[in-house]
Design a binder for this molecule. Structure first.
Ligand code: NDP
Length: 333
């Protein structure tokens, strides 16, 4: 797999470049930046042979099989459509786009062009979440009655740019974190939220965008879900819980980019620690993406998963803005 990076981003330099290079036969051809000097410096620092400022030049390289889009959110849509039209497979960062229509257009375009299109929702690749899903699917907690997601973090200083002050670039905790929680809940429960209520606000960091949100989601099965996402909580820690008729799952420190955390199952026989694999989340995801490109299996989170997580996040934001319960529309997916 020969990759091109669209966006000289921190997520690429912190995680994705190393994860791509860890894949067998996988390499990085080039990087796109809107700023020539930044692109050149980024390429030099990360040992990437070429940098471009024109997307068409990058896409014109026939040796490139796939692109990884990690620009700010408002750019994903146009960059994905151009990449798809050039016949490249696409791994796009979440949220896929600013609107549901745009995200749907990206997924349909990829289908029509016959390229693989995936969303970089990392949590479903974690050994912890794979183990939790297995507990739920194998019936260890019986019928799932409720779920709780704790995803209130302390946004590191280096990430306090567009995320906290630029709504036009897709800032705010809802497109940043709620979208991941939507994907994670869908992954575990195998169903899509039907209706949401929410409250959001700024609690110290947000300038014109929300930095904290709490929401409650109704699932078709009757399972109730509550979530809390924030940028302003230094000591809260993260976690997820599932409570069923036969047991409860308590997972702590698992809403993270690292392969860490702990899981306990509590049921009539007492409390059992649950072991899980501690592999790199992004390498795991890229492995599934490469297999899908080679015709076997599907990406970890595909385009439809990206559309649906965005749909839930947009509904949560609308519910918070209006104070009303909002039915989640999935744009025909
Ligand atoms: P960054 O802020 O690091 O990068 C986004 C864009 O900002 C880059 O494409 C770059 O533009 C521009 N930029 C970078 N450095 C500078 C600078 N010094 N001055 C001016 N502009 C600069 O974003 P993130 O890496 O935090 O996020 C990128 C995307 O990835 C988002 O969609 C986000 O939601 C997603 N993300 C996903 C994660 C996951 O685990 N799945 C985790 C973190 C982010 P240019 O390319 O034009 O140079």
């Amino acid at each position: 797999m020969r990759w091109a990076l669209i966006g000289a981003s921190r997520i690429a330099s912190s995680y994705m470049i190393d994860a791509m290079r860890a894949g067998e036969g996988s390499s990085i051809a080039s990087v796109l930046s809107s700023d020539a000097a930044r692109g050149e410096a980024y390429a030099r620092e990360h040992g990437i042979a070429r940098s471009f400022t024109d997307l068409n030049d990058l896409l014109g390289d026939d040796s490139v099989d796939a692109v990884y889009i990690s620009t700010t959110n408002e750019k994903h849509h146009a960059q994905a459509l151009a990449s798809i039209s050039a016949g490249k497979h696409v791994l796009c960062e979440k949220p896929l786009a600013m609107t549901l229509d745009e995200a749907g257009e990206m997924v349909r375009a990829a289908d029509e062009r016959g390229v693989v299109f995936a969303t970089n929702h990392h949590l479903r690749n974690a050994g912890s979440h794979l183990a939790i899903r297995e507990l739920i699917r194998s019936g260890r907690i019986g019928r799932v009655l409720s779920a709780r997601v704790f995803h209130a973090v302390n946004l590191p200083e280096v990430l306090r740019g567009w995320r906290i002050n630029n709504a036009a670039a897709g800032g705010g905790v809802i497109p940043d974190i709620t979208v991941h929680d939507a994907d994670t809940i869908r992954f575990h429960l195998g169903e899509d939220p039907e209706e949401v209520v929410a409250r959001a606000g700024a609690s110290g960091l947000g300038e014109g965008v929300e930095d904290s949100v709490m929401s409650v989601w109704s699932m078709p099965s009757g399972t109730m879900v509550e979530t809390h996402e924030s940028f302003t909580h230094p000591f809260a820690g993260t976690g997820i819980e599932f409570h069923g008729t036969e047991g409860s799952i308590f997972a702590r420190n698992v809403m993270t980019q690292e392969p860490v955390g702990d899981i306990r199952l509590v049921d009539a026989s007492g409390e059992t620690p649950i072991p899980f694999e501690k592999h790199n989340l992004y390498e795991y995801s890229l492995g599934l993406f490469a297999s899908a490109v080679n015709g076997s299996g599907r990406p970890s989170a595909d385009g439809v998963d990206g559309v649906k997580s965005l749909a839930v996040a947009l509904a949560v934001r609308e519910a918070a803005l209006t104070g009303k319960a909002v039915r989640v529309g999935y744009g025909g997916f």
